[in-house]
Design a protein around this ligand. Structure first.
Ligand code: S3P
Length: 427
């Protein structure tokens, strides 16, 4: 699908509810599937990625149905041998977390993915699982992954990567392994797995960047899913860069391992306020108010990177509107996402007139630039590219045309509807 985006000169105004968090939705359906009894998930994401996790759990014999806004899961805590390959679609989270759950089962299974997922690195999960006694066949450390169910034993794993997917994979394997498994990472990545496993009664503890888990049974729970800060990021950026804008984003997850973008906006001098903080199902939630701002450049590096990794494409758009040179480094893993996001962002933003350079581990962006637009842009089958380019289109002089806009549905099917609600021209 091709999408034309024109500039939003009149400004964006109003208040919108941010749809459910993708990361938390994946975990809720997976963990409810291995807890004994009935779990109720409120506000499960309708994005294609979390639906891939739901389908995988169903293929493993779990009974799950929707009742109005609730997803109800009934499980006897046992998964059944699948009669089909487990299709993870475009979702790296589904494949990497499910590998941890499946490695210690008493049956064999195969995880498959679409073209993009089949190119993504899986050595990062195969290696620690193999150390735990797992046996996994792969296509040169890429999908499809055939997991031969084995008895697992605990390990103390020191990871070079700060990756929530790898951490979660090891912890989920540890849930089913003899002994105490620990995972240490260089910087703290998102900790939704730790929070939800604890909320469901697992024997898990954390000490700075180290988390330790012991074999445990999970208890079913009611889990309410907060709004996704990674989805809110497109509205935060649009509110800051489109003149005459003032918007409120309601019910946004504010877990400190995800709020790097808020810290960057504060460092850039943006008008951003957090209102009404509370805790829901163990996660911090609140409302965010943003308005059009004069921004200054900053450097983004080190421990903050895992706390804003998915927001970097739209932060690159934000940086084109900040005075001075913004440097983003230590983000080499951006090249291993749904697309090579460093190359893709630089190629596409250059087409509309941005002053942006590619570095091995990030970007150098100089602003403030009047983006010219008037170009045909590509999404590389990547939802975050599609949404970031849409936001850039809102401040271009001439309309842009975005090819493959349907990829937005991977995480955020409500994206355009919500933008039109705050005054974006519908073309
Ligand atoms: C995710 C972790 C991150 C993130 C991805 C979702 C998760 O990946 O980029 O979109 O839900 O655990 P990495 O763990 O590979 O950094």
């Amino acid at each position: 699908m091709n999408k034309i985006v024109t500039n939003a000169n009149n400004g964006l105004q109003g208040s919108i509810e941010i749809p459910p968090d993708k990361s938390v939705s994946h975990r809720a359906v997976m963990f409810a599937s291995i807890a004994k009894g009935k779990s109720v998930i409120k506000n499960f994401s309708k994005g294609q990625d979390p639906l891939s996790s739901l389908n995988v759990c169903r293929t493993l014999g779990i009974e799950a149905h929707f009742k109005n806004d609730l997803l109800i899961i009934n499980s006897n805590a046992k998964l059944s041998a699948p009669s089909l390959p487990l299709d993870c679609g475009n979702s790296g989270t589904t494949m990497r977390l499910m590998s941890g759950i499946l490695a210690g089962q008493s049956f064999d299974s195969t995880l498959t993915g679409d073209e993009s997922l089949s190119k993504r690195p899986m050595r990062r999960v195969i290696e620690p699982l193999t150390l735990m006694g797992a046996e996994i066949k792969s296509n040169d450390y890429k999908a499809p992954l055939t997991i031969l169910g084995k008895s697992l034993h605990a390990i103390d794993y020191i990871s070079k990567l700060a990756s929530a997917q790898v951490k979660s994979c090891v912890l989920l394997a540890g849930l089913n392994a003899e002994g105490k498994t620990s995972f240490t990472e260089p910087y703290l990545s998102r900790n939704h797995t730790e929070i939800m496993l604890k909320y469901m009664g697992a024997n898990i503890s954390t000490d700075k960047n180290k988390v330790t888990i012991q074999k445990s049974e999970l208890e079913p729970r009611t889990i309410e899913i907060c709004g996704d800060i990674s989805s809110a990021a497109y509205f935060i950026t649009a509110g800051l860069v489109v003149p005459n804008s003032k918007i409120i984003l309601k019910n946004v997850g504010l877990n400190p391992t995800r709020t790097g973008i808020i810290e960057v906006v504060q460092k850039m001098g943006g008008n951003i306020k957090i209102l009404d903080k509370k805790t829901v199902s163990g996660e911090v939630v609140g409302d965010i108010q943003i308005s059009y701002s004069d921004l200054k450049a900053c450097t983004i590096e080190g421990e903050i990177i895992p706390r804003l990794i998915d927001e970097l494409p739209v932060i690159a758009v934000l940086a084109t509107q900040a005075c001075g040179t913004t440097i983003i480094k230590d983000a080499q893993d951006l090249r291993n996402k749904e697309s090579d996001r460093i190359k893709a962002v630089v190629t596409e933003l250059k087409k509309i007139g941005a002053d942006i350079q590619e570095t091995p581990d990030g970007f150098i962006i100089t602003g403030k630039t009047n983006l010219k637009g008037g170009a045909e842009l590509e999404t590389y089958h990547d939802h975050r590219l599609a949404m970031s380019l849409y936001v850039a289109g809102l401040i271009c002089e001439k309309a842009v045309s975005i090819n493959g806009f349907e990829w937005v549905d991977i995480s955020f099917p409500e994206f355009e509807k919500l933008f039109s609600k705050i005054g974006c021209p519908e073309v």
